[in-house]
Design a protein around this ligand. Structure first.
Ligand SMILES: [Zn+2]
Length: 219
């Protein structure tokens, strides 16, 4: 599947049908407006599926024609093959953007054309997401992308992985630099007055940072 799932099973393979995003939205608008469901014979096809269909056509196994692989609008998710009673419903409502194609002897073959879709302005409302949904999307992307980058960084396997490792190191290093003075202040406040000077505390903290760093680099 390389498009957007639609709410009808594709009779050709018994799987959920799919279409290009705009065609899928138009299809769902038709469903919402009362187009009978369960009449979908075919929708989006992969290139491999088209190739198999074309081979069957060449062997004379199909009642209909089949386009060569790479030449069917089904492969880009812009065509549906639709049976009655939905077919008549769609034919009577060209304003949803689906029209009979020029394929001869295939009354079921309907093609989506955005130019004739009069309902596209409803798209903005349909696609509106809440702020929470948007945040979750961003989080998902960030989470999975960063995990992939961490793996590549650990393996040093890609240019972006290596760049990411360098970036993380410099962020950590500068965080340590920033934190050093604050740590000295915290220690000075926690110790009895005059137990150690700030200069002595600073030396201790810097030695610790250096020790941690050389241990990290030795790995
Ligand atoms: Zn077709």
């Amino acid at each position: 599947m390389s498009g957007v799932p639609i709410s009808d099973v594709n009779r050709r393979n018994g799987q959920q049908g799919w279409l290009d995003a705009s065609a899928a939205r138009a299809y769902e608008r038709m469903k919402a407006a009362g187009m009978p469901g369960g009449c979908l014979s075919d929708a989006g096809r992969t290139n491999a599926e088209q190739a198999a269909l074309y081979a069957a056509f060449l062997r004379g196994e199909l009642a209909a024609t089949a386009a060569r692989p790479g030449e069917s609008l089904h492969e880009v998710g812009n065509a549906i093959d639709i049976a009655e009673p939905a077919r008549s419903w769609v034919r009577a409502r060209s304003e949803y953007g689906f029209a009979k194609d020029t394929v001869a002897n295939e009354p079921w073959h309907m093609v989506y054309g955005p130019d004739t879709d009069q309902h596209q302005d409803e798209e903005a409302d349909e696609m509106a997401v809440t702020l929470e949904e948007m945040e979750e999307l961003v989080r998902t992307v960030v989470r999975s992308e960063s995990r992939k980058l961490w793996e590549e960084a650990a393996a040093g396997s890609t240019g972006s992985g290596r760049a990411f490792r360098t970036a993380v190191r410099s962020v950590v290093a500068s965080a340590v630099e920033d934190a050093r003075d604050a740590l000295v202040e915290d220690l000075a406040a926690a110790l009895p007055t005059g137990a150690l000077t700030r200069a002595q505390l600073k030396t201790i903290v810097e030695n610790r940072v250096r020790a941690v760093r050389s241990r990290r680099e030795a790995r």
